[in-house]
Design a protein around this ligand. Sequence first.
Ligand code: ADP
Length: 513
Amino acid sequence: MEAARRAQIVTLVNRAATEAELGELVTAELCEAFEAEIAFVLAHVEDHGPGIVGAYGLRPDEAERLPSQGVLDRSIEVPQLFQGPNLLSVGAKALVLAPFSTDTGRGVVGVARLHDERFDEAEAALLEAAAASIAHALERLRLAEERDRLYRQAHEQAQAARVIGSIADGVVLVDDAEVVQLWNPAAEAITGLARDAVIDRPLREAIPGWAAVADSLGSASDPASSSARATTLPVDVPGREIWLSIRAVRFAEGTVYAFHDLTEERRLEELKADFIATVSHELRTPLAAVHGAAKTLLRDDVDLGHDVSRQLLGLVSEQSDRLARMVEDILLASTLESPELELARERVDVGDLAADAVAGARVQASEQLTLELAVAPSLPAVAADRDKLRQVLVNLVANAVKYSPNGGRIEVEVKPEDGHVAVVVRDQGLGIAPSEQSLIFEKFYRADANMTRGVSGSGLGLYISRELVHRMGGTISVQSQPGEGSTFVVTLPTVGVRAGREASPARPARGSA
Ligand code: ADP
């Protein structure tokens, strides 16, 4: 009978998947086995203090009070039997306690009867055996819990590593000695410094420019605090300077830096600032001329005479034209990015437009400049917005004039080129440095003032030209040799290629074969 009971307890104890389940199953079974009303298991785990594994036949508040009833006393080393009128302060008459110990602490199993029947030695021995099984089971469950915790931790770490590996922000972790422990792929991409070149090295050594910025970086221990706000700083990395928006957060073992690249935004901001400075200068010059001329015309005290008056009025007209063109450019540049800007698609004779542009430039060009126009015979019409294309060609020819301060020849050539018409504007002027050739088409970009010898401009002309030409399905490119001149080429699709299926029926282009 006793052996069967013991086996039953062992089975139950081993079946439990959690401590709570163990406590519940085993206390119920103990009450039945011992024909008792109350059973409990208490455990005292190191660092955690006493706790209730399970209790049967007690209200929660009574169970809570058990540890203070002396049942967990160290003096109880072997099973002990008690009798009394009010044991455990719940009116129990007989009580048997069996202590147990685990690798992380100790505990006690108790069974009590409310009726007056004592426990005997055999029952004490059975409880001792049960206590040993319970101790084992608790150790097993704690190990499983620890294993689960480690597994969860490893899983979370792997997940964190995946996140850090895939986010677009550079993430750097340094230890207390500022030695790099983590360097994610985005940090590699942004700085151009490979992980191997950085890891296990002090950050100040790994990023040459770091020392200079490190002191300007505040750090916070709470990522949400305001001192964890990003600081934008230039950082020197091999071969270039990049602008990083950096946030530093300190924690017990080091600091985490998260950053993203603002170099491009920064560059645009600088260009914009330059643009505002240039444009205000550019607007002021003609305005001053108009103002001066108007004031002179208004004077009553001098007789200007017909010729001078006409001259001044001519100046007002010319300068106000220049002002209007500049304002037009600024407005156009600001609408170019919006999809609403609609371009017309008409049959356009590029030869005519080129002739207009050259004729216009001749009026303004100095005597040291010669302008030549060569339009191929049998030129097909292109599908384009006539006014906008005129603007592009005028701008290219005007630039050729502007950037040829020492004179020379400017050739404008218009010729067919499989499915396209190409306009070539060639000058013998200042030329453009190779490093700037791709940049000059960007909004606000102006080449270095030394290079352009102080020629004025807004940096919008080529940007507007590129955007317009692209919208007309064409291309624009430059080839240049500093000091020798530049060649700009615009190509546009001919009517047959792009506009053949347009609503306007395809008339054979003028002079086409
Ligand atoms: P802007 O002439 O008003 O400065 P653009 O957008 O027309 O603006 O041109 C951008 C830059 O490209 C100019 O500042 C100049 O440095 C360079 N550039 C354009 N055309 C020429 C050219 N024909 N020769 C030399 N440099 C040129």
